[in-house]
Design a protein around this ligand. Structure first.
Ligand code: IMP
Ligand code: MG
Length: 181
């Protein structure tokens, strides 16, 4: 898998160190509240499992899945719910856990959907943020972010290209030859 990468962008240590910091920040901000982490499948699962262990508070988790990318590297702009949440959001302080904020279309759609479900609050924690890629119609920004990264397609630590590379413990820039082939 390594030979499909141009370079390593974030090492395992970079990621783990930053997640510990995010966990401390979130712990401070959510003391005494009903923290409910909502993970957007599948890319954010790796991040969720590390982040939840860095938060020193009682919390609950849930999952939802949407499709936006298919097999390609560019967003289709069309977002579809593939798997809905299992538990109600009423009265909970929802923190949406995302792998990467790219065009922002997916997250805009998800937040609008969840806003109709009477949560006490809704915030967003994105491991990666690519501000340079934001769609002009999108105003959303992460409340917590791990790293701001350049406009490049990255894989690893949950992030995929055509469902592969998710199991890399670090994040690397995919060689464009892989998706242009
Ligand atoms: P957005 O709607 O364009 O913000 O897309 C967000 C989703 O696209 C993410 O949750 C990822 O699944 C996928 N995505 C965006 N950029 C990348 C990337 O660089 N590598 C892998 N997946 C990406
Ligand atoms: Mg995703």
């Amino acid at each position: 898998m390594e030979r499909d990468l141009l370079r390593v962008l974030l090492t395992e240590k970079d990621i783990q160190t930053r997640i510990k910091e995010l966990g401390r920040e979130i712990t401070r901000d959510y003391v005494g509240r009903r923290l409910h982490l909502v993970s957007v499948l599948k890319g954010s699962v790796t991040f969720l499992t590390d982040l939840m262990r860095a938060i020193d508070l009682p919390l609950t988790i849930d999952f939802m899945a949407v499709s936006s990318y298919g097999q390609g590297v560019k967003t289709s702009g069309v977002v579809q719910v593939i798997k809905d949440l299992s538990d109600p959001l009423e009265g909970k302080d929802v923190l949406i856990v995302e792998d990467v904020l790219d065009t922002g279309l997916t997250l805009t759609y998800i937040t609008e959907l969840l806003q109709a479900k009477d949560a006490a609050s809704i915030k967003v924690c994105a491991l990666l943020n690519k501000p340079g890629r934001r769609h002009p119609s999108v105003t959303i920004a992460p409340d917590y972010e791990g790293f701001v990264i350049p406009d490049e397609f990255v894989v690893g630590y949950g992030l995929d290209y055509a469902e592969l590379y998710r199991n890399l413990p670090y994040i690397g820039v995919l060689d464009p030859r892989v998706y242009k082939a």
